[in-house]
Design a binder for this molecule. Structure first.
Ligand code: GTP
Ligand code: MG
Length: 375
């Protein structure tokens, strides 16, 4: 962060004496097409990945969200009491919040509010390593604040402090808005510069076919890259959402004297914030030059069909829906024979960690490349 004024109150930036205590809140709309349970579990995983301790959860069933406070007003009072009892420091709200609902809920429950998008942005901020990645995340964070009227008082990890501390008053917000706009312009220019440099580097790359791993976050894309690349793999692997942010490219031998360039990419998630898609668009649209996409799913997660559909939606938004794609079902070491047999017949079954099916995957890539070449 170049502008110190955009940062959080320095008093709050000192190392927290204990992890932040989060109370999770959700409105359950009992939508049969999109049941709450799997998405709420994912939300909790996102919360934990930011380093908070979850001290409780409040879920309210409603036919519609309350236009004023999101939850009903009685529920808002109940949340305030629970938060006090549990000594919570931050409210993490699952559902999308309009600016007005955010302000009203913050009045009813005097705690900073962090929503799902802010969590995702926070994790991205913690994990971005490359200059381009860091610029992209900061741009996404600022754009999100701009469109949701959130002042810089909400400290996300890279700005120091924990996730979500008190927002500033109105006047500060006005000043912030001008500064944020100026910073957004500057970041945009810096990103253009970094991207030009990267494009120059990339054009020096080899002629081997280009294959990209895509898929939901935490399904094992980086593990597969490591397995396929052998000793040269060393991509970062972790059991947490968004371990990989920066694209990695490795040369991989696929047999018959042939190699490919294999790219690892940032994982996707349901309703990936549009600010992030826009900020990462340039990186993601590079997938357009891929000859084949390997769509990796975690077949051991009962929720994988939903995850697969989300990834396909995002690929569509990136105009990549028509790419040649192989479906790769990973983590089959966790499945019994019956569960394996129930997977789609065209899928390639593998386990990156148990080193199972990797030769089949190599052969499938070779075969598909041959089909493409003869087409
Ligand atoms: N049981 C099992 N676990 C696996 C397998 N492949 C990966 N994992 C685990 O799944 C977790 C996520 O693996 P990653 O390779 O980091 O997943 P990713 O898709 O790159 O995740 P992001 O970069 O966060 O999107 C790690 O804990 C891996 O050890 C597998 O075949 N079987
Ligand atoms: Mg990864």
């Amino acid at each position: 962060m170049a502008d110190p004024d955009l940062q959080q109150n320095p008093r709050l930036n000192t190392v927290a004496p204990r992890p932040q205590r989060a109370l999770l809140v959700a409105v359950d709309l009992s939508d049969r097409a999109a049941p709450l349970a799997p998405e709420f579990a994912e939300f909790a995983a996102l919360a934990r990945a930011t380093g908070v301790v979850i001290v409780g959860e409040v879920i309210q069933k409603l036919p519609h969200v309350d236009p004023v406070t999101l939850v009903g007003s009685g529920k808002a009072r109940e949340i305030a009491e629970r938060a006090k009892e549990l000594d919570a420091d931050v409210l993490m709200v699952f559902n999308d919040l309009r600016p007005r609902q955010r302000i009203n809920l913050e009045k009813a429950v005097p705690l900073p509010i962090v929503d799902r998008t802010m969590l995702i942005l926070d994790i991205f901020a913690q994990h971005a390593r490359s200059r381009e990645g860091q610029l992209q995340v900061e741009l996404a964070q600022l754009r999100y604040r701009q469109s949701n009227l959130i002042g810089s008082g909400i400290a996300l990890s890279r700005l120091g402090g924990g996730v979500g501390t008190r927002g500033p008053g109105e006047t500060k917000l006005e000043v912030d808005r001008r500064k944020i706009a100026a910073r957004v312009t500057l970041l945009g220019r810096q990103l253009d510069e970094v991207r030009k440099q990267r494009a120059t580097r990339r054009s020096g790359g080899g002629r081997d076919p280009y294959v990209a791993l895509v898929g939901y976050t935490n399904v094992g894309k980086s593990s597969l890259l490591n397995r396929l690349a052998g000793t040269g793999g060393n991509a970062f692997v972790a059991d947490q959402p968004f371990a990989t942010l920066d694209p990695t490219l490795r040369r991989v031998y696929i047999g018959e004297g042939r190699s490919i360039r294999l790219a690892d990419t940032v994982g996707f998630i349901t309703a990936l914030p549009k600010e992030l898609i826009n900020a990462f668009r340039a990186t993601l649209e590079e997938l357009d030059v891929a000859d084949i996409l390997l769509h990796v799913v975690d077949a051991s997660n009962p929720d994988w069909p939903r995850q697969r559909a989300s990834v396909e939606t995002i690929l569509g938004e990136l105009h990549l829906a028509d790419k040649t794609t192989l479906l790769v079902c990973n983590k089959i070491d966790r499945l019994d024979d019956a569960a394996r047999a129930a997977l789609p017949p065209d899928a390639i079954l593998v386990s990156a960690t148990a080193n199972d099916g990797i030769d089949r995957l190599r052969a499938a890539i070779v075969a598909r490349l041959d089909t493409l070449r003869s087409a």
